[in-house]
Ligand binder design. Structure first.
Ligand code: ADP
Ligand code: MG
Length: 474
């Protein structure tokens, strides 16, 4: 009796595909591939959920390539949320088809529309694209949807959320001869699954129970830090990360991308930005140079949060926390791909600490709050100097607690406050509550005056002694 074939041989795939896979050196299908490919090959609708970096592209790509022939008519369409991802998926499918000869066209905005139209007119078998440009091409009559049998959404939960849903629906409704629908993502919120029902026909769900998201082996940390010192902490992370590291930094706005790139540059860290307002050719150049290692620090908006497969990303930094806890999972999933190691760091200002708690409880994660990495051995000066950040030590009313070396038997509160007000010439309203015990006295001073007050009383004596004022970190 012969043993059951292992690896990709278990499926007796289209010979072009088997050869391409062997040439690529893939030995075993991944779990999501093992579970999803057989159903998809039979023509079933599949909803596939598997963690970031687990090979979902091939899980839909292989069955898609198998069911298409060289006809010059579009038989499969795959929609992605970003242009970069469309390019990447298209390239991966190009490799997977080997010598099969299918024409796989990538259709996305920011590129020459005439050329794209011409290529579609010449005949395509598979289209990978972003919804906006696909619709544009369809309206101009270059992209004919009647022949499409397979409809696939990568990052399906994103494609079905408010932002994309109308466009995706528009395309879906025009694939009138559709026979199969494949939806893949690392996250599937329940409401998205409900919305997806109308796209699906008796689907097979290949997903972990109770929608629990498995996050790959990524070490995750959080740093409680005020706005003023995020760059300092970032300097520590970059500076201690080793020369082979590749660091992807996420922030929430395009403007912040530019600012961080510029400020890192001032401190001799060479970084490049990636966001949706940049010309497409530049966006692609940035990604290429990140992939080939000639750039090692990229600062990006969430255009880079989903799907991108850059092999060597060692660190992801959330310079700003995302508003949405799904986005957290996708962002950090840019590292730790295919069983590799990765680190994810998140900065949280005082008021954002609860957001980190929320992410932890949503996904069952543990993200410890720790101090930024220490300076590397032998280095004394910080990469980015630390600044006073009074906002971080002030309370809701803007008061900062200052300790003074004088105890409750040595003075009265009244005496002390009068002296501070007189010496530093501040209005008394800038002083808040005063508490003292046998050791010390704590005086609340308003955040706008505190630096000045400390400076003044450091240089003076109260009843013949120094009060050694110091901020109390609560
Ligand atoms: P996902 O979409 O799940 O985040 P990708 O499809 O981008 O993951 O795949 C992650 C990486 O793993 C890619 O570089 C891909 O080429 C590679 N890969 C996929 N399947 C296999 C496999 N069976 N064996 C080895 N590498 C694989
Ligand atoms: Mg993917």
């Amino acid at each position: 009796m012969s043993a059951k074939p292992k690896g990709f041989d278990r499926w007796d795939l289209d010979s072009h595909i088997s050869r391409a896979i062997a040439e690529r050196g893939w030995e075993e299908p991944t779990e999501i591939q093992i579970e999803a490919i057989p159903h998809a090959r039979k023509g079933r609708d599949v909803v596939g959920q598997a963690r970031t970096g687990s090979g979902k592209t091939a899980a839909f790509g292989i069955p898609a390539i198998e069911r298409c022939s060289v006809l010059g008519k579009i038989q499969a369409i795959i929609l992605c949320p970003t242009r970069e991802l469309a390019v990447q998926v298209s390239e991966e499918m190009g490799i997977l088809q080997g010598e099969k000869g299918l024409k796989i066209e990538t259709v996305y905005g920011g590129t020459d529309i005439e050329k794209q139209a011409k290529r579609l007119d010449d005949g395509a078998d598979i289209v990978v694209g972003t919804p906006g440009r696909v619709i544009d091409m369809a309206k101009r009559g270059h992209l004919k949807m009647e022949s499409i049998a397979l409809f696939c959404l990568d990052e399906a939960d994103r494609m079905l959320d408010m932002g994309f849903f109308p466009d995706v629906l528009w395309i879906f409704e025009r694939t009138v001869n559709r026979e199969q629908t494949l939806l893949f993502s690392a996250t599937f919120p329940q409401e998205v699954l409900d919305a997806a029902e109308e796209f699906l026909n008796d689907p097979v769900h290949v997903m972990s129970e109770d929608l629990e998201v498995e996050v790959p082996e990524i070490e995750q940390f959080a740093i409680k830090i005020g706005r003023a010192n995020k760059l300092w902490a970032l300097g520590r992370i970059i500076g201690s990360s080793g020369s082979d590291s590749q660091i992807l930094i996420f922030t929430n706005t395009k403007r912040m991308v530019e600012l961080i790139v510029e400020r890192l540059g001032k401190f001799r860290f060479k970084a490049v930005g990636l966001h949706g307002d940049m010309p497409q050719s530049k966006r692609e150049r940035v990604l290429d140079s990140f992939r080939d290692g000639s750039e090692s620090i990229v600062v990006a908006t969430d255009v880079a949060a989903r799907g991108l497969d850059v092999d060597g990303i060692t660190h992801v930094v959330n310079y700003d926390l995302p508003d949405d806890s799904e986005v957290y999972v996708h962002r950090i999933g840019r590292t730790g791909r295919m069983g590799k190691k990765g680190e994810a760091w998140s900065f949280a200002t005082g008021s954002e600490v609860t957001m980190v708690d929320k992410i932890c409880s949503t996904w069952g994660l543990e993200i410890p709050f720790i101090e930024p990495p220490a300076l590397p051995e032998g280095r004394e000066r910080d990469f980015v100097p630390k600044r006073d950040d009074w906002d971080e030590v002030s309370d809701y009313f803007g008061m900062v607690r200052v300790s003074m070396k004088i105890n409750n038997s040595e003075t009265t509160k009244r005496e002390l406050v009068d002296w501070i007000v007189k010496e530093s010439r501040i209005p008394e309203i800038a002083i808040g509550e005063v508490t003292s015990d046998d050791e010390e006295t704590i005086v609340e001073v308003h955040v706008e005056k505190v630096a000045y007050v400390i400076d003044v009383i450091k240089g003076r004596e109260f009843q013949g002694r120094s009060l050694k004022p110091a901020i109390v970190n609560s």
